[in-house]
Design a protein around this ligand. Structure first.
Ligand code: ADP
Length: 377
């Protein structure tokens, strides 16, 4: 009787294993299950294809099969990379090197799991692999294009801005040229819009190429908020909006990049002013363990639940007519998110349509050495 049950259980688990193997073999992505020491337990056909091996790899340490390089061609210890992984992580910036020295761009996701069932299940890892060489080269070409275009546009736009601004001044002193003045003013506003678009594009391309450096300094958040209040009061007043600051009296100096913290807050503030028709915009700073929580609150048009998930996407702009009547590139919040990653900061958004929005960012104190590495994802 005992034996029969054992046979049954064995058959069942054998069937279970077969089902699992055929499932992972039908997957388009490479799948490899590893034990806790990153030795291969199961590997599907797609993974063998990506790795370009046709021998049995079961039982072998992954590092014997997989040679990884960083995007700057430094060797990466894959065994250590995997064993160190504590939560599901994806990597898209690594190269896989073949025996003949050629490389491909690799997408690799690593998930620590319990292999087997119940609490006796052994710790291990499941990794997914995909060749993303094609996507990467398209992405690189696009980044290169954006970088060249924004660089080339800068000079003509600056010259146009200077000339139109002079012409506006001259025309402003003459009587009876109101139409010319209005046309020039419109041209001038569009040039300023182009300038801000070029700035966003070039920050974006630098951020995507990982060329932004974080220079950590002591930031006096009181002074920073006063400065922002002074700079943005005219813009808010022009729309009859109140601009306030709300600052904890006991704020300590923040160790981060003043340049990027300011840029992030400026993006939130200009958006709040842009997308608020009546009421107020408040810039707040609160002391929290390990850093400062900044908030920009407005009583504006708000953001619908479905748009809230997309506002940080590249080029996203809400379809709302009240958004569309303002100029915008849809890049501001995307760049903000990139900068936040560099600052190891966390952004959150609360918003209700027709009531207003709160953009929050917690900026942690950075250690100067830790911040020297720039890793926008
Ligand atoms: P844009 O150049 O369009 O302002 P952003 O990336 O800064 O681009 O913002 C993306 C979109 O998010 C905006 O087009 C708008 O729809 C929405 N948005 C951002 N901030 C606010 C806000 N404070 N209130 C309402 N909508 C906002």
């Amino acid at each position: 009787m005992q034996d029969e049950i054992r046979v049954d259980v064995r058959q069942e688990s054998e069937q279970e294993r077969e089902r699992l193997v055929s499932l992972i073999n039908s997957m388009a992505d490479g799948v490899i299950a590893l034990d806790k020491d990153a030795r291969i337990l199961v590997c599907n056909g797609a993974a063998l294809n990506v790795l370009d091996v046709n021998i049995s790899v079961n039982g072998q340490p992954l590092s014997r099969i997989v040679k990884l390089l960083s995007k700057t061609q430094e060797p990466i210890d894959v065994q250590e990379l995997i064993i160190r992984t504590e939560t599901a992580t994806t990597h898209q910036d690594m190269l896989l090197q073949y025996e003949d020295g050629s490389t491909i761009n690799l997408y690799m996701s690593i998930a620590p799991v319990h292999l087997g069932f119940g609490k006796d299940g052994q710790r291990g890892f499941v990794i997914l692999l995909r060749d993303i060489t094609k996507e990467k080269s398209l992405e690189e070409e696009r980044d290169e294009f954006i970088s060249v275009v924004s660089h080339e546009l800068r000079t003509p736009v600056t010259i146009a801005e200077g000339n139109v601004s002079n012409a506006l001044m001259i025309v402003g002193k003459k009587e009876g040229l109101d139409d010319v003045q209005a046309a020039l003013k419109q041209t001038y506003d569009q040039i300023i819009f182009l300038t801000s678009m070029i700035n966003d594009l070039s920050t974006l391309s630098r951020a995507e190429r990982g060329k932004l450096n974080v220079e950590v300094e002591d930031i006096n958040a009181h002074e920073l908020l006063d400065e922002l209040l002074e700079n943005y009061t005219p813009q808010a007043a022009a729309k009859n909006l109140q601009l306030h600051t709300e600052v904890d009296p006991n704020l300590e100096l923040l160790k981060s990049s003043k340049l990027y913290v300011r840029e992030v807050l400026q993006n939130f503030i200009t958006n709040s002013i842009k997308y608020t028709e009546t009421g107020s915009v408040t810039i707040a700073a609160h002391m929290q363990p390990g850093g400062i929580l900044f908030e920009v609150r407005d009583t504006g048009i708000g953001i619908s639940k479905s748009d809230q998930r997309k506002v940080f996407d590249k080029f996203f702009r809400s379809e709302d007519a009240r958004t569309r009547k303002n100029n915008g590139t849809g890049l501001g919040l995307y760049v903000t998110m990139k900068l936040a990653r560099l600052l190891q900061a966390e952004i959150s958004l609360e918003s209700e349509l027709n009531k207003g929005s709160v953009f929050k960012i917690f900026i942690p104190n950075l250690h100067p050495a830790a911040a020297a590495v720039d890793q926008p994802a």
